[in-house]
Design a binder for this molecule. Sequence first.
Ligand code: C2E
Ligand code: CA
Ligand code: CA
Length: 748
Amino acid sequence: MATPAEHLRPGEWTSLEPYAQLVRSLLPRASSIAVFDSNANPRWSNDSATWPELVQAVEQSARDAAGDGASAGQLRVLEGDMPLYLCWLRDDDSRELLAIVAIQCRASGDGEHRSFSFVHALIRPALECLRRELVARHSIDLLAENLSARDRDLELVLAVSSRDGIRPGDDASALRVILENSVAHLGCALAAVLVPEKSLVLFRMAQENPADGRLLAQTHRHLLSLAQVRRDPLIMNRLAQNSALGALPYKILSCSLRSTAGRPIGIFALFRHASAADFTDRDARLVDVLTRKASMIIEASYDAMTGLLTRQAFEQRVGDLLARKEGARRFAVLYVDVDQLHLVNENFGMHVGDLMLAMLADMMRRRLPPGAVVSRISGDRFAMVMPGSLEEALELATSWCETAVQLAAVQGDERSRASLSIGVAELTGDSGELTHALAAAESACKAAKDRGRNRAEAYLAADESVVRRFTDITIAAALRGAIAEDRLRLDAQFILPLDVLHGNPPHFELLLRMIDDDGETVGPDRFLSAANRYQLMPGIDRWVIHHALAQLRPHAATIAATRAVFAINFSGQSLNDAEFADELITCIEASGLPPQALCFELTESATIANLARAEVLMRRLRKLGCGVALDDFGTGLSSLAYLRQLPVSMLKIDGSFVRDIQNDPRSESLVQAVAQLARTMQMVTVAEYVETDAIRERIAALGVDYGQGFSIGRPVPLTEVLADLPAALDRVPRLTHQPAGDPAMSLH
Ligand code: C2E
Ligand code: CA
Ligand code: CA
């Protein structure tokens, strides 16, 4: 803490005139009055002269005061027989000298002067008032100092929290803002963020100074090992000769960066010159906040499993790389796919598969050329952009393939060896080019797989147009744009009850459409595989559910009156999303729609792949009163045993069997068997792909409950269906003629 005296700066003491008047009224002989701080600096005087003799006397008096805590002051006689009363004002508690009041009196003429104690007793009330004033001013100064320091802290925290000028995924510039502000605000010579496992080294110096620049190299090992054991910020204001760091003329404040799981991953360190002020607890608290902020930024930009950049951060970095005016103008892209990782997962478990990915990521990081960036873009795929030619990139890719096969995730087990297929393509300097170059590299990677895996292939520009249109990467990018801009639409396809006797309610299946950049409608067959591959399905399913319920809600009364049921598809990926099930149930409950009006479709294969989770969610949906349909039934059939345990209300027989029903007896018997089986299990059946009237009649005869297909109705926008629901339902068959024993019926 600063001493009181340090706060009495010249100019800060405003007029003390009222006190001087008070002194004069008690001591009429006083001719001039001056106030000095504890260091004998003049602070106020009622006549402008502070002549040398007076100053000298005060300096001596200040020294005397320091050695004599008990006295209240002293009398000195100056030249010309002038008495000078020097009164010492002290702080109540600390007894520290606050100020010296020098009171000069006119000479008495007889050489006799009143004693100090007499004069002091006389003017004591005035001195006490002055003393209190000075103490009060001092605490106000301290408070103001404190407040403005707090203001500065707040400004710093706000400066690094504001996202102005920082693009999403742009971790580097967000961290740079933190470093820059730390250097400027905390008066540091150097601030640094260091995360070895992510090859991340960012620092900022107050001035170009080679000695400051070397600091990180000299200290990082020691600081990192301290960060392993210490969670709190560590202040090192004195680096002793015998410390592990040697005698560095610096002060260090270092704090450990942590992953969300709390694991130490690196350091945020500040360095001040030894001549600068000590780091304080306040600085440490501030740095603690900044470190947390930096940890969050780092976590969001790096993949947790491999420590490589996330896709978003990667795109940002590459954008920066291409936008840079100086340096290399030729770049190449590597698209890396791990061969048959699923075999490792199946044979050894997912954790071994994960370990293999981490090992491969580590290998790539170690063998990264200068200026290159690498990312894990999805599950078992990686992308890398490097400065250099196609040939250089191909050479590197080949060496990665060779190194990868030497890694085994399980010691000694050949089956756990990794291998890579890599596609290489050129990347021209234009910033929009990354998507295309990645697409080209991806298609070269496919070629590498086709040619037997464990190899690298370069992309040959000849069939570029094909690549641009069809690769999953371009589609996924378009889809992300469509989701962000709400360029998606729900269509509804009518599902016709075939047997009027059962009085089954009419259904509609909601089917998703994307509107592409050119305004064209694109069906799910074009985008679902890309969406699956890039984990976009949970986002899509949420979009569908929210929009479907929002569109249906205003028609709740008509829906209830007509008993219409709306079937909504969702994907296997959503089953693995921890929050999805709860969100879905909450949405349904909040929708105000009768739960019977909703049916949820999940494909047979997604159900089998996530049997336990599927069963739990299905039960919850059924308990609410919603229907549950097993979609594409017959395609993933491994055993019928699990059907018994699943609370499914509807089976949708896959269109491939239905379409063939008239030509392929096996399809016909399958459809018939499923219809019968379902009936015994109290499930209703739907036949998909009813493309002709003849097929419709046949499936009705085989005992299928519903038909869905182009001959019954094509998908149309849901808005159109809802605009006039009763009219849309007009096509539900009504009984006109029912000869006894004839299961067929006439429709109109
Ligand atoms: P699905 O659930 O089996 O949906 C039926 C698909 O068959 C629809 O294709 C529909 O247009 C088509 N279809 C209907 N009748 C006929 C016919 O007579 N002949 C032929 N050849 N096709 C017919 P669509 O709309 O392209 O959807 C394809 C798949 O995309 C769907 O298959 C479903 O698995 C998925 N899908 C569609 N919408 C969504 C959605 O909102 N969410 C999720 N997760 N998946 C969706
Ligand atoms: Ca479906
Ligand atoms: Ca289906």
